[in-house]
Design a protein around this ligand. Structure first.
Ligand code: NCN
Ligand code: DMD
Length: 350
């Protein structure tokens, strides 16, 4: 964490001056210009690269799934992991489209994954049911964060210039909502949503399960490891580490939906400098996501009514991130193109 510096504001000022000299009315590329400035600040490069990206998906199981909080059974986590490995999931398709690399990390699936082509960082076979006991030990939470740091810094050392962060874990919206309720101080009702798509009746049960667990486990709102160990998830801790790892390598990281945004809140609690390394891709349908984004004063790029996870929203936003640096690097300047800016200068003086 000591390696995570504040992003370079001076290079940001130079980038803005360059953007203002490009052949367009000042500021007319709006949010793309903000993105270009942010990426220059993150990378410490006046003309940065974001390609190739790597999509890193952390998969893990949740003991809390036994409380009837998801529309799908726990086995779907492992089944989807197999689907990731055969290239059939949404994130595979979208990562291929943007010519990215794909990495699946088993950080705590409840069964043995068949096949190869994934990174085995299994900390344990799913978390314990946090309605009854702590989800994991503090030591395991630390190990999961460290695994996330390692996998991500390795992917960056192997050539990735940006990171798309995603997850898969049946039950993980319950864990994320519990974490967010503690960190935000919001009422549980406001941070709980239907996740994979549960009925109104199951949603009420999900709220009750979280409320009771928060009373019984009583996590310390000022202690990230206490929160993660009592009501967390292994993929949520892994993503927290991934965010720290990318920031330590001055590499932009694109946050996906509700669960990865909760990891971002945790990572920023651990190391506040992390905030400006993050690009928020989209507004998820999940109720608590708006609250988490607001806490971080984050304005997501897209609202496509997604609620899939896996990093799909982040992969969909990647082309915009790429466009921002292409504009910065490839557009002509007023002087280069021989376009007069006298009129504009007079307007500015008036
Ligand atoms: O990204 C989101 O905002 C999002 C919102 C709802 C559900 N999900 C995905 O659905 C799974 C969790 O839903 P649930 O109902 O099992 O808690 C997990 O695999 C997530 O990737 C993801
Ligand atoms: C099929 C399926 C795919 C997913 N991808 C991320 N979360 C998921 C949840 C389910 C149920």
């Amino acid at each position: 964490m000591s390696q995570i510096t504040i992003t370079n504001k001076e290079i940001g000022r130079q980038t803005l001056a360059h953007l203002n000299n490009l052949t367009k009315p000042i500021g007319s590329l709006g949010r793309l210009e903000e993105l270009a400035v942010q990426i220059a600040e993150i990378t410490d490069e006046p003309f940065p690269n974001v390609s190739p990206p790597v999509s890193i998906v952390f998969a893990a199981d949740h003991g809390i799934a036994l409380e009837g909080v998801s529309a799908y059974p726990q086995e779907v986590t492992a089944q989807m992991a197999a689907n990731f490995l055969s290239g059939g999931a949404g994130i595979n398709v979208l990562t291929n489209q943007i010519k990215g690399q794909f990495v699946l990390v088993d950080i705590g699936i409840a069964s043995e994954l068949k096949g190869s082509g994934y990174i085995n960082e299994k900390i344990r076979y799913g978390t314990a049911n946090f309605a009854k006991e702590s989800a994991m030990t503090k030591g395991q939470a630390v190990k999961a964060i460290e695994a996330g740091i390692k996998v991500t810094t390795n992917a960056i050392s192997n050539g990735a210039n940006s990171v798309i962060l995603g997850e898969m874990g049946i039950g993980n919206t319950t864990s994320s909502s519990a974490i967010l309720a503690i960190l935000s101080g919001e009422a549980v009702e406001n941070v709980v949503g239907p996740g994979t798509g549960i009925s109104e009746e199951k949603l009420l049960n999900k709220q009750q399960v979280i409320k009771k667990a928060l009373m019984d486990r009583n996590p310390d709102p000022n202690d990230v490891l206490d929160i993660l160990s009592k009501v967390g998830g292994l993929e949520i801790a892994g993503m927290t580490g991934a965010i720290l790892g990318a920031a330590s390598k001055k590499t932009p990281l694109i946050i996906d939906g509700f669960i990865s945004t909760v990891s971002a809140v945790l990572a920023i609690r651990l190391a506040p400098n992390v905030r400006n390394y993050l690009i928020f891709s989209h507004q998820s349908q999940e109720a608590g996501h708006g609250i988490a984004l607001k806490m971080l004063e984050a304005k997501p790029l897209l609202d496509l009514e997604l609620r899939l996870g896996e990093g799909t929203g982040a992969a969909l936003a990647f082309p915009l991130v790429q466009s921002s640096v292409h504009v910065l690097k490839e557009m002509a300047t007023f002087t280069g193109a021989g376009i007069s800016i006298t009129e504009k200068s007079e307007d500015l003086e008036n």
